[in-house]
Design a protein. Structure first.
Length: 332
């Protein structure tokens, strides 16, 4: 049987915002309360069943670093590039520009430090935002339509395997009488699973707004999706873009806890007066591009994942606005 000092070292103690198991134990006068390990959660695979009873009950508690919090630590955007999320042998987690061995020593590592080694982070919530499409170009008699927004997905992922992450580029606005380019997907894959937030479709020169991206996931012991949101659709000519509707993720903890991730609604993109291009769809991170009036280029998306606005009718023809790049968020 492990001694009490070993159990304290292995387990998470009381953390604000999560359920705690109250104990009669004190260390240096401070109460030691364990955090529960909810059943049917991938991060509970490494839980510990206490070898002693507390008030007559034998509890199963969370191992340190195996119960992620919904605290946003970082937002990264590296459009058109790949990074690798790696947990090294000493527990440090980094987002690296190339795939490194988990056994490599600290002074030979590179990339962004996501979590220090002493935190022992084993699971995180990973946010993927697909890129927005580009707005359509115009002609002398026709305005361009707005582009769709990229999809968003959040999953609890296991860091026992390294994850390859690609961040999508925003779609380029269409030139004369042409559709905008589609936004690229933002994706994360490991040996046994994959997660994809697809990019939004470019605005169409036939005056139809671009379709928003959707999501894909292969769930198993390496990941569990807690939020999937399809991107909003870009607007037709002479219309405002579609806004982003507020969402709340699945509660991936004990049922009585408030441990979900939420996003507020984002207004529709603005448009011009009279005959004008369609506005791009908004994402959780900002408005889509403005639908342009006569003789103006379509507006670029304000932030990650938004669709570009359609161009206004003109001679010479004008260009559609650019879509917002994808991004990656990390919570623990």
């Amino acid at each position: 049987m492990k001694n009490f000092a070993d159990i304290i070292e292995l387990c998470v103690t009381d953390t604000q915002g999560v359920n705690a198991i109250k104990t009669p134990f004190l260390i240096n006068g401070k109460p030691i309360d364990f955090v529960t390990a909810p059943a049917n959660r991938i991060y509970s695979q490494k839980s510990i069943t206490l070898p002693f009873l507390i008030n007559g009950v034998r509890h199963t508690v969370a191992r340190k670093g195996c119960r992620p919090k919904t605290t946003l630590r970082s937002i990264f955007s590296f459009p058109g590039e790949t990074r690798y999320l790696i947990k090294f042998f000493d527990g440090e987690v980094r987002l690296c520009p190339q795939l490194l061995s988990a056994d490599i020593i600290p002074n030979e590592r590179n990339g962004e430090i996501v979590a220090a080694s002493d935190l022992k982070v084993n699971y995180i919530y990973l946010l993927l935002q697909g890129a927005g499409g580009g707005g359509a170009g115009s002609s002398s008699s026709t305005c361009g339509a707005g582009a769709g927004a990229g999809a968003m997905q959040i999953a609890c992922i296991n860091l026992d395997e390294s994850w390859e992450i690609y961040c999508g580029k925003g779609g380029v606005g269409g030139e004369k009488s042409s559709n905008g380019a589609n936004g690229e997907d933002t994706a994360a894959i490991c040996v046994s699973s994959s997660l994809i937030a697809r990019g939004g479709e470019g605005g169409q020169f036939n005056q139809h707004g671009g379709i928003g991206g959707d999501t894909y996931a292969s769930e198993n012991d390496m990941c569990h999706v807690i939020l999937s949101v399809n991107g909003a659709m870009g607007s037709e000519v002479n219309s405002k873009g579609n806004g982003f509707v507020g969402v709340v993720s699945e509660n991936y903890g004990d049922i009585e806890e408030d441990c979900s991730i939420s996003f507020s609604s984002v207004d529709r993109a603005s448009d011009a007066v009279g005959f004008h291009g369609g506005a791009g769809a908004s994402s959780a991170f900002g408005k889509g591009g403005k639908g342009a009036g006569l003789a103006f280029n379509g507006g670029d998306a304000d932030s990650y994942g938004g669709g570009g606005g359609g161009a206004g009718s003109s001679t010479p023809a004008k260009r559609g606005g650019g879509g917002g790049a994808g991004c990656v968020g990390i919570y623990y």
